[in-house]
Structure formats: C-alpha cells, structure tokens
Design a protein around this ligand. Structure first.
Ligand SMILES: [Zn+2]
Length: 431
C-alpha cells in the first residue's frame, strides 16, 4: 500500500472511530425510572455512540465533556416504547374486502413501499421497537424492511419479524368460497397440513430470517348462552406440537393468535410465549397463563375499531368481545397474568393512534405506570431483550422518547410524542 494512502486510511479509521464514540448528553426535565416508577428531576443521560453510558444526578452536567448537548429540560423523558403486535405490511382490514384488495390488487413492492411509511409512523409514534407478526401475503418483505432500517436506508423501529405466519390448510383468507372456485388465490400466510409440513414451515421461515414464529391457533369464534366463548382449533395436537418443538429447537419463541380456550390451551401446551388477542379466554386459560408465565398481548383498540365493520359484514363477535373485555382484563390482571403491549396496528389504519391501548388499560384497571411497563420492561422481557431496550440505564441502547407533561399522571400524553431517539440518533425533534 502506498504510504499516503496508508495515512489516509488510518485517518479514515480514526475519524470513523471518533464518530462512533461521539458523546451526547441529554438534559432531562423529568426522567422516569420505569422499573420503580420514580420520576427524577434534572438528570442527565450520557450516551456514547448508540449505548447509554450513565444517568447522572443534577449538577453533574458541568463535568461531562459532551460533543452534543440536547436540552429536554422542558420535557418528560422515558424509554422508547415497544409494540409487540404490528403489521407494517397491512393497511387496515376491518372487512374481508379491505384485506382481499391489498392481496389481490397491490403488488408486494407496492405494499412494501407503503410499509416504509408504516415503519416511519411507528418510530414517530415513539415506538422504537416493534414485533411484527406476519406479512399477510407479502412474503418475506418484513425481513427486507428490517434490513433497510438496520442499514440506515429508511427510518424505522428495531424490528423483530415473523415473516409468513402459519395456519392449517383452508383456514385463512383469501377464502376460496368468496370467489370462482376454479381460480387459485394467494394466501395471507403459509398453510400446512401435518406435523412434517409444520416443521418444514418453521425451518423455512427461520432460514429466511424469522425472529419469531407466529401461528393462528383458532378460528370461528362464537358465544354460548352462558356468555362464555368457544372456537374451532386450527391445528391437530401433532401439528401444533411439532411447530412449537421446531421453534424451540432453534431457540425461537412462538406467538399465538388465539381467542378462546380451544386455541389458547393448545398453543400454551405447544410452548407459545404469548397469546395474541385472547378476547374470549376463560378462568382455565388465565390459570394456565399465570402458571406457565405466558404473556397476554390484549390488542384492545383494534377490536373496537373493527367491530362495527365486521358486524355490518354479518359477524358481530368483535362487538361481544368489546362488551366482555373490561371485566376479562381486570380479572386477568388480578390473577397475575403478565401483559405486554401490542396494538395490531395495520389491522387498523396507521393514521390511528398506536398509543390508544394505554388509555384502555388504565380504564380497565392498570395504573398509568403499569400500562407504560407493558410497553417497556414487560415487552423487553417477552422479546428476551431485557437490559437492552425498554429501560434507560447504562448498557442499554439509546432508545429514548420525550413528551410534554407527566404520562404517569395522564397516559393519553403518550399519543403526543414530541421527541424520539433510536440507537443514539434523533429521529423526531421538538418544535
Ligand atoms: Zn395481528
């Protein structure tokens, strides 16, 4: 190597190194310790690169040699939020027609372009991490979105993706009976029949980059005269066990869409780490979830949002779920069911609030702090990312947000995020 080039190269290495090691100090008006609920005044967060180095008490700022000082002394600062149930590739599907149009009339590239917008919205909403639970017929495009975000090509949250999702043959849209039978339609997920196909699906999805395995455990929900709910299980015991076993063997966790005991108990016995929706769960389900340490991701707002449209479509079950949800939620939290925040946004419009579920949770019995914990420390635990996300502490990623006013007093403030940092970079600035 030419000597000049060598020097140039060394200079380049040195400046890149300096760049990565830049120190940012954030002066916080109020700072929430999400674990204890303590709100501390005038603390400073020190960040090196993308990692939080320290949280220092008032007065220490003068001693910190920062390259950049960010003044959030008029703001309330808390960790970036985590949404454990999103569909960035979906743009609302209140009716089956909404759904079919996206799959049949929009190409996957077009849907992916729309998903770039969804990812940006999630980040602007203060959700610095999402677990995206299925591309709904858009192949492995979630893996590409995650890659583009990680390579700084587009803005977006940290993504944990589950690619195609899995159900059994004939139990997921697009529904053949809605169209001329001689046509062949794409499906919103990967269909399997038999334990071996279940194993193959898990292996294929992980090979393509799935971080999580998503299954649909039941369908055809109905209400009995005594007010309880039942459904049709989608998998045989052999199928669901094979999928759970294959996921575990690759050290992946499984998320199960499951509404009633017919799906919930089967999914938990197969090793599911989270039950999605669960609107029709009964006392046996609640007991089993507590006993097996399974998270409930209740997705409350989406159910209300789709209830009217689906009732018009001839299916009133979401309306019944809405009516029974408050009592179920308070029973589950009293029993000690662990809750992780998840919205199912994408199932409802991306222009609707992503922080709406906080409001419902507080209405149904959680304190604002407990509601915030579902989207921070609880969600980090579900994602096996404890100490990395969901907390502002040394060693964690610099994923930090700020609001005006105290969300531990008024959780609605989380619908107006004023400032967002992800991975040590500011993505949304105060006005
Ligand atoms: Zn969903």
């Amino acid at each position: 190597m030419n000597k000049n080039i060598t020097i140039l190269f060394l200079c380049f290495l040195f400046t890149s190194f300096l760049d990565a090691q830049k120190i940012i100090a954030i002066k916080c008006g109020q700072l929430l310790d999400v674990r204890t609920g303590q709100v501390n005044n005038n603390q400073t967060i020190v960040i090196k690169g993308n990692i939080i180095q320290s949280v220092t008490p008032p007065g220490a700022l003068a001693k910190i040699k920062a390259d950049t000082l960010i003044d959030l002394s008029d703001y309330f600062v808390l960790p970036g939020l985590i949404d454990c149930h999103t569909h960035v590739l979906l743009q609302a599907d209140a009716t089956s027609e909404d759904y079919d149009v996206q799959i049949l009339k929009q190409s996957i590239p077009y849907r992916t372009i729309r998903a770039v917008r969804s990812c940006n919205i999630a980040l602007m909403n203060g959700f610095t991490t999402i677990r995206d639970l299925g591309t709904e017929g858009a192949g492995f495009a979630d893996v590409d979105l995650k890659k583009a975000i990680n390579n700084n090509i587009i803005p977006g949250p940290r993504m944990f993706v589950s690619t195609l999702a899995i159900n059994t043959t004939g139990h997921y849209p697009i529904k053949e009976s809605d169209y001329a039978w001689e046509l062949h339609f794409p499906k919103g997920l990967q269909e399997i029949t038999g334990a071996d196909e279940g194993r193959r699906a898990v292996r294929e999805q992980i090979a393509h980059g799935a971080d999580w395995i998503k299954i649909y455990a039941d369908r055809g929900y109905y209400k009995l005269d005594d007010g309880s709910y039942r459904s049709l299980p989608n998998f045989t015991t052999e199928e669901i066990s094979a999928i759970g076993d294959e996921a575990t063997r690759s050290h992946k966790k499984m998320a199960a869409h499951a509404m009633t005991r017919d799906g919930i108990i089967a999914a938990i016995n197969a090793g599911a780490s989270s039950i999605e929706h669960g609107f029709g769960m009964d006392d046996d389900c609640i007991r089993l979830m507590v006993q097996k340490n399974v998270y409930w991701v209740p997705t409350i707002f989406v159910n209300d949002y789709v209830a009217e449209g689906r009732a018009r479509d001839g299916n009133p079950i979401n309306k019944y779920f809405s009516e029974s949800e408050p009592a179920l939620f308070s029973k589950a939290i009293k029993a000690g069911v662990k809750i992780a925040y998840g919205t199912d946004i994408g199932g409802y419009d991306w222009d609707q609030p992503e922080a709406k579920d906080f409001e419902y949770m507080v209405q149904y019995g959680l304190s604002p702090l407990q509601a915030i914990q579902t989207a921070t420390i609880n969600a980090a635990d579900l994602l096996s990312q404890q100490n990395k996300i969901g907390e502002i502490k040394p060693g964690a990623f610099a994923d930090i947000i700020a609001v005006k006013g105290d969300p531990t007093k008024d959780v609605k403030l989380l619908q107006q995020i004023q400032w967002v940092m992800k991975d040590g970079k500011v993505w949304k600035n105060t006005k």
